[in-house]
Design a protein around this ligand. Structure first.
Ligand code: PMV
Length: 327
């Protein structure tokens, strides 16, 4: 048999949205960064009985349930086989593990999907390019998130900092790798409050429907912040970036997607010397990010924990040929 008991394994990083979340759903640009300090891993082995069996030991789901065939990840595996042109595949046992906090704005579902797609392709001795991986993962993101912008599946599939903007219906999104100048350090503070993105995106959609003019004005202001943030990133201007992060957080508060826990962590970070801080991702809970220096990172981390952060992840933006990753 071609594949025998060979194990194919692939990983995908977590991610943070530096700025522009929520507004990105309504056509504004956003910037997202991969976070390689946390990772999703998929391994694939052939099994004889033709089924796709999912094993998710640390994600609270177990294999062999009758629902397996309908599970979005099983569907994603079948879609991947179809995209590869593989017919008559043996069954697959797919094991998914992750160190990415779930439902906290770090892209855990998208990263699991990207790892799965890459591992299924590898199992068939094929490599898929990032746009192909991303397009497949988008389908399972829709199952979990309803109307995702596509930014999560893009950044974890490309595994590099990206500028992302949805275009008018029917046109592909604008995706550009970004290069940061200088060494940026971010602290990610986890509120410990699990808040599904689908809920905050759905509730905001209802508020937007009730008052589109007010919300569109805020979305446009966020779009301007994101454009300025790109210039600051490419110019190595940390002072400006910090101020922009604070402004973006205030506007997210006006959109109603912050929370007392997120506001407390953001205030604690800036009081302790962070250049700026904001919630990141869907909001309502999950994580906030703070821009720090090597001099004040320790003090900010201590302040975040005192203000209730259940976990603090330090990430650094390193340069690479393609713009850098956070590790
Ligand atoms: O998956 P999260 O929680 O990082 O949120 C994604 C960002 C949103 O803009 C809130 C939603 C989306 O689909 O872009």
């Amino acid at each position: 048999m071609a594949n025998g008991a060979r194990e194919a394994r692939a990983t995908a990083p977590g991610k943070v949205i530096l700025c522009g979340e929520h507004a990105v759903v309504y056509g504004q640009p956003a910037i997202a960064l991969p976070v390689e300090a946390v990772v999703a891993t998929a391994s694939v082995v052939a099994i004889e009985d033709g089924r796709i069996v999912l094993d998710m030991p640390d994600i609270g789901e177990r294999d062999s349930s009758p629902a397996d065939a309908d599970h979005p990840f099983a569907r994603l595996a079948r879609a991947t086989l179809a995209a590869l042109g593989v017919t008559g595949s043996t069954g697959l046992r797919i094991t998914l593990t992750s160190t990415i906090p779930v439902a906290s704005g770090m892209g855990s579902g998208a990263a699991l999907g990207a790892a799965l797609v890459k591992a299924v392709a590898l199992h068939h001795r094929r490599l898929l390019r990032p746009p192909e991986v991303s397009a497949l993962v988008y389908q399972s993101e829709r199952y979990y998130h309803g109307t995702p912008s596509g930014i999560d599946n893009t950044v974890v599939s490309f595994a590099q900092p990206i500028w992302y903007q949805r275009m008018s219906p029917g046109r592909p999104a604008l995706i550009e790798p970004i290069t940061a100048l200088g060494h940026w350090t971010l602290l990610l503070g986890d509120t410990g409050v699990r808040s599904p993105t689908r809920s905050t995106v759905g509730a905001l959609r209802e508020r937007w429907t009730a008052d589109p003019a007010r919300h569109d004005t805020i979305f446009m202001a966020i779009g301007e912040i994101v454009r300025a943030a790109r210039r600051a990133m490419e110019g190595g201007d940390e002072v400006t970036m910090g101020a922009l992060l604070n402004q973006n957080h205030a506007l997210l508060g006006e959109l109603g997607v912050s929370s007392p826990e997120l506001d407390r962590l953001a205030a604690a970070a800036t009081d302790a010397g962070a250049g700026g801080a904001k919630l990141s991702g869907g909001g309502g809970g999950g994580i906030m990010l703070a821009l720090v220096t090597s001099q004040n990172a320790g003090a900010v981390e201590t302040a975040l924990k005192a203000a209730g952060a259940v976990r603090v992840i330090e990430t650094r933006l390193h340069q690479s040929g393609q713009g850098g990753v956070l590790v």
